[in-house]
Design a binder for this molecule. Structure first.
Ligand code: NAD
Length: 370
């Protein structure tokens, strides 16, 4: 089977970190029989400049045809003043919406070698392994009406709409429960049922899916504000957290901070499984942005992107052994003391993007031989 990949490097450090992923892809092709073809296309600011839209029709078609998409990052100061529909970040929203990527998986794992890099005490984060499952295509980012109007008295009024249906909540709950079974079997569902009716429905539906289909999984309900507090107080109490689009956005960034660096964190976004073909759309990206402050300098940490490819191997292609091989290779590089600037610590060796990629490849070589 030959996998069809689409590479969307994007803006800023996106192309730099994606270049390192491509070297890793080649390694897996050469050494592990990972047969693939890769298309490349522009996205974000780069696509705006060359094609007049954050993501062109042709690129959308490539995305629809691909087995998996590896995305870099989009955005930058050049486009900050653009109108909403001409912002590079619109590309991401469109891709998520049209590919129906409703489940965003964000692991927050603290590698032992980096436990001192967290702003939390090492004993609080050492061994941390949380998976945040965020609903990605509904809620307040997409709800209508979404508008700014001018009132008769001249004042302006902005409205965003938080909206969820039963089926939207059911499908994300199923993803969370199924993943929990592969981990420590605990799900915490976070909402604001004390003040939001969408939270009331969320809690009811998650409980119903649990009782009917996943009674063996431990389920707790937690208010999203308490969840935010517990994530910095005692993060290891969590295994899988399932939550809506808005709370997921905030909570996953907070959990990221506990792990030390934004340059280390991968993510996956999945669509529904096609009942006929069994195919499931997968979109993989580091959680960081285009980092304009370090773009073009060869300083970016490529590990979040490389670990996103590990998630791709696991979730899109069920190549679990290859995924864990790659994760162990990254861990070995960290254990050997190599660091990019964002995770630099006293006594360690600072390297740039390409040297970090070299080290991962060398680590893979060493593991393949042993
Ligand atoms: P950012 O993630 O780009 O950068 C935040 C800080 O982290 C910066 O100091 C940056 O240098 C550092 N950083 C990020 N990734 C790093 C890496 N791999 N290695 C080393 N250091 C890294 O967030 P921002 O500065 O808020 O946003 C910059 C641009 O990126 C904006 O235009 C924003 O809209 C966009 N953005 C895009 C995405 C995406 O494409 N998914 C996500 C977030 C932000």
């Amino acid at each position: 089977m030959t996998y069809k990949l689409l590479l969307l490097p994007g803006d800023g450090i996106g192309p730099e970190v994606t270049a390192e992923v491509e070297r890793v892809l080649n390694w897996f092709q050469k050494h592990r029989g990972f047969a693939y073809t890769a298309e490349r296309a522009l996205v974000g600011g780069a696509a705006l400049e060359a094609e007049g839209a954050p993501v062109s029709k042709a690129t959308m078609q490539l995305a629809l045809d691909a087995d998996a998409i590896l995305f870099g990052a989009v955005g930058g100061p050049k486009w900050d003043a653009n109108p909403f529909d001409k912002k590079p970040e619109r590309a991401l929203l469109r891709l998520r919406k049209e590919l129906e990527l409703f489940a965003n998986l964000r692991p927050a794992i603290c590698f032992d070698a980096l436990k001192d890099a967290s702003t939390l005490r090492p004993e609080v984060v050492s061994g941390l392994d949380i998976l945040i499952v965020r609903e990605l295509t509904g809620g307040v980012y997409f709800g209508e009406p979404k508008e700014i109007t001018t009132l008769p008295n001249g004042e302006r009024r902005a409205v965003d709409t938080q909206v969820y249906t039963t089926s939207e909540i059911e499908r994300i709950a199923r993803v969370a429960f199924a993943l929990a079974r592969l981990r420590s079997n605990n799900v915490a569902s976070a909402e604001k049922s004390n003040v939001m009716v969408s939270g009331v429905l969320w809690r009811e539906v998650v409980q119903t899916i649990h009782d009917k289909e996943f009674p063996d999984v431990n389920l707790t309900h937690i208010l999203a504000d308490n969840c935010a507090m517990q994530l910095v107080r005692r993060p290891k109490q969590f295994d899988v957290i399932v939550t809506d689009n808005l709370f997921g956005d905030v909570l996953s960034d907070e959990a990221a901070q506990a792990t030390g660096s934004i340059g280390m964190l991968p993510s996956a976004s999945l669509g529904a499984k096609d009942p006929k073909t069994g195919k499931q759309r997968g979109f993989y990206e580091p959680i960081h942005g285009s980092a304009p402050d370090i773009a073009g300098k060869g300083l970016a940490n490529p590990l979040a992107s490389i670990l996103s490819f590990a998630m791709c191997l696991r979730y899109s292609f069920a190549r679990v052994e290859d995924a864990s091989l790659l994760e162990r290779a990254v861990e070995a590089v960290l254990n050997n003391g190599l660091r990019t600037g964002d995770i630099m610590q006293p006594g360690k060796t600072q390297v740039g993007t390409k040297a970090m990629g070299d080290a991962v490849l060398a680590s893979l070589d060493a593991m393949a031989k042993s």
